[in-house]
Design a binder for this molecule. Sequence first.
Ligand code: ZN
Length: 220
Amino acid sequence: MTSPYSDCTEIRQAVIDACLSMNTLGINQGTSGNISVRVGDQMLITPSGVAYDRLTPEMIVSMPLKGATPAPGQLKPSTEWRFHQSLLLSKPDCHAVVHAHPVYCSALAMNRREIPACHYMVAAFGGKSVRLADYAIYGSAALSANLDKAMIDRYGCLMANHGSVVVGDTLERAMWRMVELETLAKGYVISLSIGEPHILSDTEINDVLAEFSSYGLTQD
Ligand SMILES: [Zn+2]
């Protein structure tokens, strides 16, 4: 499926609106998150070091999906441009990437825990668990490689000692997934605090994966 987006003021503004909504949705703190969308053979990505409420459409950075250099005259792209670029390249049907530091996702990631099939919504991320990507310093090629591995056949993962990342066929779907992932993480953390969560069997979660697949909830 080709990207539904073209490089126009509307999609640039949609990226800004999504950034601004991350704090009200409870999936990010401050300006630590970043968002990208695929536009043809380019990606639009939030710039580095600009407060969301100061962003204007022309500040969103356009850079090639293959290559490290944005066209001249633009702001610097997010320090995390490498993994945005790599995920868009490796998942041709996904056209949006959302990265954030949601509190409960980050709490699990600090404990280096993945999310098992403790709730059927795990299936919304494409498999029987939400994996944890190995740690590497932010912005590095090593972090990008770790995320690529954790995201094989998945639409979201936790990032050790860091946060979480999700993808979607649209920006709207990616944002929905991040809210669902943080809700799932919150439920899992609370369930750990009051006892020992029961994990769904492979058969039980496979049944959900099959249902979600027919509804398009796991397919981008
Ligand atoms: Zn981050």
